[in-house]
Design a protein around this ligand. Structure first.
Ligand code: NAI
Length: 409
């Protein structure tokens, strides 16, 4: 029977901001029962009181975990951002306290892909303009300027998680898929890789963007690129607001070079639902505007709940930091015959030797050991042939440069 350094039932978990119940279910199914849930984001004062006593905290995007706040988190050993981004946490400060941060970057892939397909159909049928006219009492019954998507060319820029999902769905609907990615990718189905962005733009009836925000993708689609698109093509952006030059797009919509667009992300987005939204694209009926909701579905929230809870449980149970956004990445298979220790320390020469000495000086055999470092910290997982009580922890924690040490089992 294995001993845990801290009984799982005693590990205190706080889940804030109405995180989906799938997270609670995952924790319970894995033996973690000390869970408190909160529907909103606490005030700074409430958060400071709460964070003092929890071992695991789950937040969404409204709760700010600043360096100041993290200093108060004496017992916290891992943070779960139940969101795509992790800007709400000071990742460096967390790392220097030995606290990995996990998120769910890909749980809403399918949601974005579905919206893109729907928008593609609506734009090719000219429905946004017809819808706007109908709302104003105008009956615009005509087949002109309305096309099926079957047999049309879809150009996907960025063939990652979302781009490749869009590829599968589009091909199932009879589209010819072309894609462009800076990394060589395996084509799914009959999708054709383009050698350049220019080639993709010139061949596509619809162009959809699925790249991250990087220096290379900033203003990736400007006047020149839009000029290379086919006359009457459509442009979809559900990636990042900085990728498209909105002014250039606006001009191309006004001139009719672009028949329609669907834009979900903007260079400047309102900070909250109560702030106004202003865009020069608002003047066009053939432009679909949505408030950055490409990935916002109930299913995605549920997936995020499970994905992040799973990463938190894996870290708590085994020490694996695979997928952490601010931490060196380590995973060592759980070893039921060994005793496992985790040691996070400042990246200073000779520290590993001292850690090993704590075991070897007792005649304990190290069965497996895995160290990763970055310029700031080192993280080592050690499996030993031993059955020690937690008194050894005192010695491990006393090694100069130690940030955090845990005995897992
Ligand atoms: P991913 O990382 O799986 O795929 C991105 C792909 O773009 C990769 O294959 C990468 O090699 C490629 N790429 C990077 N730079 C490029 C360049 N200069 N030219 C061509 N290809 C390039 O990312 P994922 O999950 O597919 O997300 C794509 C975008 O969608 C991200 O910007 C993400 O922030 C955004 N997103 C938007 C959501 C929304 O609500 N509208 C929800 C989820 C993601």
């Amino acid at each position: 029977m294995k001993r845990y350094s801290l009984d799982k039932r005693k590990i205190k978990i706080a889940l804030l901001e109405g995180i989906h119940k799938s997270a609670v279910e995952y924790f319970l199914a894995n033996g973690y029962s000390n869970i408190e849930t909160f529907s909103g984001s606490p005030s700074e004062k409430e958060l400071a009181a709460l964070i003092k006593n929890v071992n695991i905290i789950g937040i969404r995007s409204r709760t700010q975990l600043t360096a100041e706040m993290l200093k108060m988190a004496e017992k916290l050993f891992v943070i779960g951002c139940f969101s795509i981004g992790t800007n709400q946490v000071d990742g460096h400060a967390a790392k220097m306290l030995g606290i990995p941060v996990f998120n769910a970057p890909f749980s809403n892939t399918r949601s974005v892909a579905e919206l893109v397909i729907a928008e593609c159909i609506l734009l090719m049928r000219n429905i946004p303009a017809k819808n706007a006219a109908a709302h104003k009492g105008k009956w615009d019954k005509s087949a002109s300027n309305s096309y099926e998507i079957r047999g049309k060319n879809l150009g996907i820029v960025g063939y990652g998680h979302i781009g490749s999902q869009v590829s599968i769905l589009a091909e199932a609907l009879g589209m010819n898929v072309y894609y462009y990615d800076i990394v060589k990718k395996l084509s799914l189905g009959k999708a054709v890789a383009c050698n350049s962005l220019e080639e993709l733009l010139s061949v596509s009836h619809v162009v959809t963007l699925h790249v991250p925000e990087t220096p290379l993708t900033r203003n990736m689609i400007g006047e020149r690129e839009i000029g290379l698109m086919r006359q009457g093509a459509c442009l979809l952006n559900a990636s990042r607001g900085s990728v498209v030059n909105i002014n250039a797009l606006s001009k191309a919509i006004a001139s009719g070079h672009i028949r329609g667009a669907a834009i979900d992300v903007f260079p400047e987005e309102p900070a909250s639902n109560s702030d106004p939204f202003i865009s020069e694209l608002q003047q066009y009926d053939n432009v679909l505007l949505s408030p950055h909701v490409g990935g916002s579905t109930i299913e995605a929230q549920e997936n995020i709940g499970t994905e992040v809870a799973e990463k938190l449980v894996r870290y708590s149970d085994t020490g694996s930091t695979i997928g952490a956004t601010n931490f060196v990445q380590i995973s060592l298979q759980p070893n039921v015959n060994a005793q496992r220790f985790l040691h996070i320390h400042k990246n200073e020469p000779g520290l590993l030797k001292e850690i090993n000495y704590v075991f070897t000086s007792r005649g304990i055999n190290i069965a497996a050991e895995y160290l990763q470092t970055d310029p700031d910290i080192g993280y080592v997982i050690i499996d030993t042939d031993s059955d020690l009580d937690s008194s050894i922890m005192k010695e491990l924690k006393c090694i100069p440069g130690t940030i955090r040490a845990r005995m897992l089992y």
